[in-house]
Design a protein. Structure first.
Length: 416
């Protein structure tokens, strides 16, 4: 007996929220902005290593979507591939936990190399899963309830990561390297497994390709067609790239603090907790802005905050000027939390609005393929910081972030 349409949407609505909750609980144990950078620093990493880590986990993960989309885009059902991708991420986290536990018996360069291999598997399997996740999400959540879903999801995520931030802060303070990080990644693997349970229960409708002209084209031809014909895609690529700079620069705030303000495990825990508080507070603000100004207002606020945070980091760390404060430096991560949640609401929300059921996998892949700058910039930044200092790198990031004004101005879709 066919399940009623309303029951289908209701069931999947709550499955995605279940996943969001436990993924949020796991997120802080593997936070790309604080935990992973501090782990690499503790293992003997340099700014170049931080750049490679950021390039893999943010830029590289996004870029790999274009590779996987070629395989996934014509699959009518993607639930199995979603579960496969998540399972590989669980395996990666548990493997990283084991590696760190045994790292006392390995040489530093070997540990860092193995960390990069494992986080690559973790990040790229996330890209594989994300294409299926976005496609199933688009089929599962009614158009009229999407804004409600994204704001509710972000609220749940913020609550979950606040709880986990408190736990993580305690663990990194109580235990020393490498056992503290081994414990964090092992717990993250268990939580991600619990998060994935909902997807085993999800009901997926087959994708309706209709008579789309994309279905008979090669994947490369489909990408070219979309890029040429859809103005929204071109400006969306500019948008995710410009907004991405606000995310990829955050790990360097950690290194700046280590260099100028003396970094310890307690400070890392404080940075993480304050970032989460910023995310939670901002969610209520974004909820109001989305209702009145939609995603456009969120992106504009992101651009303003994105220009303030790097300058604040330079000043409060003493990198420029004579005033510095270790206590006030947490404001950098508080505002970074604002931008993090803004990105999580605006970027996927806009993507769903400018795409359709038959081409959503391709649009998701293109959004990742356009993130080439977020692959290169972290690596280049690691080198530039060694040669020219933090100020030059942060100014470049600000200029890139401000391009989001131009991008959002030219995206035309139904979310207005």
């Amino acid at each position: 007996m066919k399940e009623p349409d309303n029951n289908y949407h209701r069931r999947n609505f709550f499955v995605f929220l279940w996943h969001a909750l436990f993924l949020a609980l796991a997120k802080n144990f593997t936070d790309v902005n604080t935990i992973v950078p501090s782990m690499i620093i503790s293992a003997g990493g340099t700014p170049v290593h931080l750049g490679i880590q950021t390039a893999i986990m943010i830029g590289g993960a996004n870029f790999m979507q274009i590779v996987f989309a070629g395989f996934l885009t014509r699959k009518a059902r993607k639930k199995g591939y979603l579960i496969l991708g998540i399972s590989l991420r669980i395996f990666s986290l548990l493997s990283l936990g084991f590696l760190l536990y045994e790292s006392v018996n390995l040489k530093g360069p070997v540990v860092i190399l193995l960390i990069f291999i494992i986080i690559s598997l973790f990040s790229f399997s996330g890209s594989f899963a994300n294409i299926s996740y976005t496609d199933i999400l688009g089929k599962s959540i009614k158009k009229e309830t999407r804004k409600k879903f994204f704001t509710l999801r972000q609220t749940i995520i913020s609550s979950g990561i606040l709880i986990s931030a408190i736990i993580v802060r305690k663990l990194v303070k109580i235990y020393s390297y490498p056992f503290n990080y081994s414990l964090l990644f092992s717990i993250a693997g268990i939580l991600l497994f619990i998060a994935s349970i909902g997807f085993w229960l999800i009901k997926e409708k087959p994708t309706n390709f209709g008579d789309s002209s994309l279905k008979n084209r090669s994947i490369v031809g489909a990408y070219i067609q979309i890029f040429k014909e859809d103005r929204n895609v071109r400006y969306y690529l500019l948008l995710v790239n410009s907004m991405g700079f606000g995310l990829i620069i955050v790990p360097f705030y950690v290194y700046l603090a280590k260099q100028n303000l003396s970094l310890d495990s307690k400070t890392i825990g404080n940075f993480l907790l304050v970032q989460i508080v910023g995310m939670i507070i901002s969610n209520y603000i974004w909820h109001k802005i989305v209702k009145k100004y939609s995603y456009r207002g969120v992106v504009r606020a992101y651009a303003v905050i994105g220009a303030i945070v790097p300058i604040l980091a330079l000043v409060l760390s003493g990198e420029i000027g004579v005033f510095f404060s270790r206590e006030l430096y947490v404001l950098v991560f508080f505002l970074a939390g604002f931008n993090n949640s803004a990105y999580q609401i605006a970027a996927p929300g806009i993507l769903l609005e400018i795409s359709h059921e038959h081409n959503r996998a391709l649009y998701t892949a293109l959004s990742g393929a356009g993130s080439i700058t977020t692959i290169l910039f972290p690596i280049v930044s690691g080198l530039l910081i060694k040669w020219l200092g933090f100020t030059v790198v942060f100014i470049i990031a600000i200029a890139a972030i401000e391009l989001s004004w131009l991008a959002i101005k030219n995206i035309k879709c139904t979310y207005d």
